[in-house]
Design a protein around this ligand. Sequence first.
Ligand SMILES: Cc1cc2nc3c(=O)[nH]c(=O)nc-3n(C[C@H](O)[C@H](O)[C@H](O)COP(=O)(O)OP(=O)(O)OC[C@H]3O[C@@H](n4cnc5c(N)ncnc54)[C@H](O)[C@@H]3O)c2cc1C
Ligand code: SF4
Length: 552
Amino acid sequence: MNNENVVSTDILIIGGGPSGLAASIHLADIIRQKGLNHRILLIEKGGSIGSHILSGAVIKTDVFKRLLPDVDFSEIPFDAKVTSDSTIILSENGSFKLPFHVPYMSNSGNYTASLGQICRYLAQKAEEKGVEIYTGFSVNEILYQDGKVIGAKTIDTGIDHHGNKLENFQPGTRIEAKLTIFAEGTRGPLTKRLIEKYELDKGKNCQIYSLACKELWSVPEGNIKPGEIFHTMGYPLNLKEFGGGFIYGLNGNKVAVGLVVGLEYEDPTFDTHDAFQAWKTTPFVSKFLKGGKLVEYGAKTLTEGGYYSIPKLYTDHALIVGDGAGLVAMPSLKGIHLSIESGMLAAKTAAEALSKNDFSESVLSRYELSIKDSLIYKDMYPVRNFRQGFSKGLVVGSLHFGTQLISGGAGFCGRLKSHPDREATKTLSEFKGVPFKERFKGKLDFDKVLTFDKATNVFYSGVHHDEQQLVHVKVNNPESFQTINIKQYGAPEQFFCSSEVYELHTDKLGHQELRIHAENCMHCRTCDIKTPGDGITWMLPNGGNGPEFQNM
Ligand SMILES: Cc1cc2nc3c(=O)[nH]c(=O)nc-3n(C[C@H](O)[C@H](O)[C@H](O)COP(=O)(O)OP(=O)(O)OC[C@H]3O[C@@H](n4cnc5c(N)ncnc54)[C@H](O)[C@@H]3O)c2cc1C
Ligand code: SF4
């Protein structure tokens, strides 16, 4: 993209993950089949496609055959076909393999993969079909005219910490579009603003999230077979906390390991990164990593609210796809195929809007209707109450799930409500459980062989940020932050942040203040979700800043 300040396009897609890329590919195909010529622009904030992509991943692949009917399936860079799939109940020193599959969690026929690699491949296909892809540009403002979306603008660069223009100041580019497709993934900052402005979540459950920390390891031959996968339940989580671990065997003696933790936990000192390290020390997990080397680290949140948390997915001139729309199926924790499906359905509606030259709600509403007829509905509706059922812990959740299984998902009481994750955090004095550091005493002395402190892990994600720019995490209300967040909750962000961005500094007089090391930020968005009180807003840093994931 040159320095021109205004660019016009027919379709603007914000985000180069599976949902945005699928939308671009399918739309380009439809346009070509109709013999038409429309401009499709896709903008990605990562320095390259895939550099901000992190997933498990075990993928349901059927949707790829529909997205790329002209491609030989074996050409798509999946890793290994799943050969064995077990669920393990874990304690600190022991493990027990469940003799059956948890309903909805079978992975028969699925493939392991690096989603970053898959996205790089999809981007290549999209470009071959004429989609224009620009990486390294953060889109940080929605453009409106007469109350309607007319595109978006990339971030101004060359400004200092206070917002003053520097010599190298470059204004962002206004991208004016007939239709903007928001494909930002989990807790997308612009998607969040769009939902708020048009009250697209009115009458819906609020979205709830998990945070996942993941590492990719290179291990000696024989530690794990490609396509061998394990999911763990239990340790290091207790009966009140939701989540579990994953271990995915990959080709080339690689293994992906991760811990996913529901953010509705109560302990203000809970630390998912450190819990993940404790999980790795269990005999069951550590045997897969023995003699191996850490290759990459990363963290990301994922949307878990399910069907009742899906917002209205359209407004005049705008559609929402993928994780930004909350399209993740639980308990299988699968969103990639649903992201691609939503991208394809959005593309169909976009093509119809282009042919009618009508981008109003009346045409775009067909996208949401088409979702009700798709595998998104099929995968998400039967488990519509699954995740909310676990808000009161594992025992109550399992009971709810049991009744949902025999009642087609309705359970005891029909639609279960969800509550914002930040509201579940207790103040230091309210919290009656064992604080995190005591609970894991002896497990948090990281040896830098099997276990790593956050600073070391951040190094393995290639995170970098330009020094000269506005701090991209904003304390919403500094006054209440001091009295509520720090005094009452003990600044939980110093613990939950996956990348050591927040440090609580105490001076000689005992005054405490939060110091922000935004340069470490992994873009996981947990602070935007879990900070109690008036909270923190995660904003977009300069394009190309953030992690440099290779194969996550
Ligand atoms: C740890 C973990 C494990 C998972 N495991 C699985 C699994 O095994 N199987 C499965 O099916 N699903 C899994 N998922 C879910 C799956 O990864 C997501 O559902 C899927 O990636 C969502 O795709 P998306 O395109 O909506 O968003 P994303 O993959 O998040 O992509 C969004 C892209 O948009 C870019 N972007 C965001 N905002 C902007 C902006 N304003 N300007 C420019 N660019 C922007 C981001 O940099 C990113 O590249 C997992 C998720 C996690 C976190
Ligand atoms: S600052 Fe926020 S978004 Fe960045 S790594 Fe920490 S919790 Fe995640």
